[in-house]
Design a protein around this ligand. Structure first.
Ligand SMILES: [Zn+2]
Length: 655
């Protein structure tokens, strides 16, 4: 819950946003193919609830402590070294400049929502440090300076120079939108100008071994209107035919051939998701149908064959890569936090292009589960991998304060800081509500009519949502409320009058003349439900997952009666009704894991001492006479926040 003093400060307007430009996270207001247009992060103030607590931890713990770690690990010193103000060796991997950029972008999103003088000062100092490292010709990267200056762009598949630039440009645009200051953006565009002067179809060839800069260049195009940025993004998405890569590299790096030729998701998962995001941005600006056709194919591959139930993607540690169709191992799931985040970015862009709720279903699945799991409840530990099964090995440190490759922590930070900007969109004559959370939108319809929308809800713990619609003047428009795919049986009423039953996986469109004080009541059926995987997912055969609204649940050993090993337990579905929501007990436990709804269900267990059992034994047909008990499940995002223990998302069952 939000501390009372924060609420007080918000009421008094003392934490008002700095935002100089009221622009959304991606500004599709002039994008020819965008049906939807986001609202600024500054336009949404969240009330008490699920994400407010996560965002408070992000701002008060994660961002300040990560800045200290970036300093301690020499990331800012690398810039001081490049600027000639500190004589130290360069530290960290080739791509580590991007870590401070992602942190800065997170900081900018905080400041877009409300002022935070301490974080603002840290950001301003970091920007000064970064900009001082820019070389006279515009080049800015801490690896290829001084004795390494001659190596610029010599290992384009692996050196991440454009990847780092992409993160810099995204931070710079967000910072300008937060503060009006263009120092970082001017510097980033100077590096772009250096690239345009030296590389391109009629100059030296250029490639990006880790897609990212495409998204950033297109956002710069949206911000300052220079079409050369869009063209450079297109040049990179098409790949320069003069650069010949081998087959492995084309797959792994997600580059080396025109993006639109791709038919399946393969190779490095983060690269693939960022490439899809940049390609969708390109479609939004140009309407190039080849790009959308490819994106449709890839989206089918994602959602039908390659995405975990948590929204995680990237099954394999080797190459941090997508696997074959249905290759979704639980314990060995690589599921890098950044990959699920890239998947969210892609869904958001597809949503702007189509207004189809199916993209927000994937977005919400990743957000609440496979991304949210990446930050510990206290805000100081991060997951790089987000597996769906743990064997409880104390050496298996799944949450850490720092990684040598620390891409994931500041990526999670920028998602949480920007979250209010993902809750609503507008279209020509409509407002869209994508996510449910207590809070207030203060924005306007696209014809300029000021509009306040107030949500009252305890989602995702409860499915009751009250939406108060307050246009400045009576106005006819469509209010589109997202009905999640799992929400069969949702009900809707306007000013007490029941509306037709809304369809799941769609937006419920309420078109009417809205006036101040109108009230919409949406009831989403949040109840425990059992989900089966396609039988071709071999790891999940004979198992079920438990979900509750948008949340995926898991079992941890230390919540179970003896035997505590989760792998000893099997959900008991033998009695009639045992698979129904009523067979579960849902209980709000305010003192557990920051406050969660836990679910319990009848189960049976194998012998308490599994280790005493033989490795192999004769098969016994017929009903098992196993001891019974009750198992407890917790939301997946809270896993491994206590002591090491066994954990599983997919639970065996007997019926
Ligand atoms: Zn990462």
């Amino acid at each position: 819950m939000q501390p009372p003093f924060i609420s007080l400060l918000l009421c008094l307007g003392l934490l008002a946003p700095l935002a100089a430009d009221d622009k959304p996270i991606i500004d599709t207001s002039k994008s020819p193919k965008a049906i939807l247009h986001g609202v600024p992060v500054s336009a949404v103030k969240l009330g008490d609830g699920f994400w407010t607590e996560r965002r408070r931890v992000n701002e008060e713990v994660s961002l300040p402590t990560m800045f200290e770690l970036l300093e301690q690990n020499g990331i800012l010193d690398n810039f001081r070294r490049a600027a000639g103000t500190k004589d130290v060796p360069r530290r960290g991997p080739v791509y580590t400049d991007s870590d401070i950029y992602k942190w800065l972008e997170a900081d900018a999103f905080v400041l877009q929502n409300h002022d935070n003088p301490k974080l603002r000062a840290l950001g301003e100092g970091a920007i000064d440090t970064i900009v001082a490292a820019q070389q006279p010709d515009g080049y800015l990267n801490t690896l290829y300076v001084k004795e390494n200056a001659s190596k610029r762009h010599t290992r384009m598949a692996d050196n991440h120079e454009l990847y780092c630039l992409g993160h810099m440009l995204q931070a710079a645009v967000a910072w300008k939108r937060a503060t009006g200051e263009t120092k970082l953006l001017d510097s980033g565009l100077k590096m772009v100008a250096y690239l345009l002067a030296n590389f391109g179809p009629d100059k030296k060839p250029l490639m990006e071994g880790h897609p990212e800069v495409e998204m950033a260049l297109i956002e710069c195009y949206r911000e300052v209107g220079d079409k050369r940025y869009l063209e450079l993004a297109h040049y990179l998405l098409e790949s320069d035919p003069r650069i010949k890569l081998d087959k492995w590299s084309i797959v792994y790096h997600n580059t080396g051939r025109p993006f639109w030729e791709r038919t399946i998701l393969e190779g490095h998962a983060v690269r693939a998701m960022y490439a899809c995001s940049g390609a969708t941005d390109y479609y939004l600006e140009t309407g190039d149908r080849r790009y959308m056709d490819a994106l449709d194919r890839l989206w089918q591959d994602l959602t039908q064959r390659k995405m975990y139930i948590t929204g995680g993607v990237g099954s394999r540690e080797s190459g941090e890569a997508f696997g074959e169709p249905y290759e979704l191992p639980n314990q060995l799931a690589y599921t890098e936090s950044c990959a699920a985040i890239g998947e969210m970015f892609w869904q958001w862009r597809m949503l702007q292009a189509t207004a189809e709720a199916k993209y927000m279903d994937v977005f919400e699945r990743a957000l609440y589960n496979g991304v949210n799991s990446g930050l510990s409840l206290k805000g100081n530990l991060y997951c790089y991998r987000n597996p769906l099964e743990l064997i409880g090995d104390p050496e298996d440190r799944i949450r850490n304060p720092w990684y040598d490759t620390t891409c994931c922590p500041p990526n999670i930070q920028r998602v949480l800081a920007s979250l209010p900007g993902y809750m609503y969109s507008t279209s020509t004559d409509a407002l869209y509500v994508h996510l449910y959370h207590a809070g207030t939108l203060a924005w306007h319809l696209e014809d300029g009519t000021p509009l306040e929308v107030r949500q009252e809800t305890n989602y995702p713990w409860s499915g009751a949502v009250t939406v108060r619609v307050n246009p400045a003047a009576e106005k006819r428009f469509t209010l589109n409320l997202r009905i999640p795919a799992w929400a069969s049986g949702a009900t809707l009423a306007v000013n007490g009058t029941a509306q037709p039953a809304p369809r799941p996986a769609a937006y419920a469109a309420i078109q009417r003349s809205w006036k101040r004080g109108d009230v919409v009541k949406l009831t989403l059926p949040i109840a425990p439900r059992l989900t089966a995987a396609n039988p071709l997912v071999r790891d999940d055969v004979g198992k079920l997952a438990v979900e509750y609204g948008p949340l995926v649940y898991c079992m941890e050993g230390l919540d179970q009666p003896a035997p505590e090993n989760v792998f000893a337990w099997t959900l008991d579905l033998r009695v009639p009704g045992a698979a129904s929501p009523a067979a579960f007990q849902a209980q709000w436990e305010k003192d557990l894991l920051g406050g969660v709804v836990t679910l319990t269900h009848q189960a049976v267990h194998s012998p308490a001492e599994l280790a005493r059992e033989p490795l192999y034994a004769p098969f016994t047909a017929g009903p098992l006479n196993q001891p019974a008990g009750v198992v407890k499940l917790i939301p997946y995002y809270t896993f491994d926040n206590r002591e090491p223990t066994t954990m599983q998302v997919w639970v065996p069952y007997t019926r």
